[in-house]
Design a protein. Structure first.
Length: 190
């Protein structure tokens, strides 16, 4: 789900065919990487995992008994390779979920995951259909592009003093009004 397409970015920048699609796609992907984690999504983070030769277990710091259910399909990432992928939950505990794993990996005891693993339930909102989110992604894409091309054209800090660095902490702040309706409360900590 790309929030900004190469064609949209190419048109906004007015660069025609001067740059290859792959170069512009990198910028679009970077904008997605900035915005998508801030938006509301059914994503949870496991802090540890373990496995037998046939069953994987993910451990959470928050109670997950009411978040997941047996038979639900989730996408697991940022864990060991044999635990990652689309998984159907076979058991839900207060702070754990279990699922079958393929192959015959060696049994491993519980151990921490750093950075945390990601467990994503089915997506219910397609943010690429939200016009405000699309516009915010396009604005960030343009800022990223301009920072790559002319690094001396900086942004403005919260106290209105010029800054030589466009990619600072005000990057997301410049579009927060556009995405306010979609911001996850989990992203507003700090």
């Amino acid at each position: 789900m790309a929030l900004t397409t190469v064609a949209e970015l190419r048109s906004a920048l007015g660069v025609g065919s001067l740059y290859p699609d792959a170069t512009l796609q990198e910028v679009c992907d970077a904008a997605d990487a900035v915005i998508l984690p801030m938006l509301w999504a059914d994503v949870h983070f496991n802090v540890a995992h373990s496995n037998t030769t046939t069953v994987g277990t993910l451990y959470f710091e928050q109670a997950v008994k009411d978040l997941f259910y047996v038979g639900q399909t989730v996408v697991v990432t940022n864990n060991e390779a044999h635990l990652n992928g689309s998984k159907t939950i076979t058991g839900v505990g207060d702070y754990t979920i279990t699922f079958n794993i393929n192959g015959t990996p060696a049994a491993r005891p519980r151990h921490e995951v750093n950075p945390y693993g990601t467990v994503t339930a089915s997506t219910t909102t397609d943010w690429s259909e939200d016009k405000a989110v699309q516009q915010a992604a396009l604005m960030i894409s343009v800022d990223i592009w301009q920072a790559r091309q002319v690094s001396s054209t900086g942004g403005v800090s919260p106290d209105f003093t010029p800054s030589p660095y466009r990619m600072g902490n005000t990057l997301l702040a410049r579009v927060r009004g556009l995405i306010a309706h979609a911001l996850s409360p989990n992203s507003m900590v700090g």
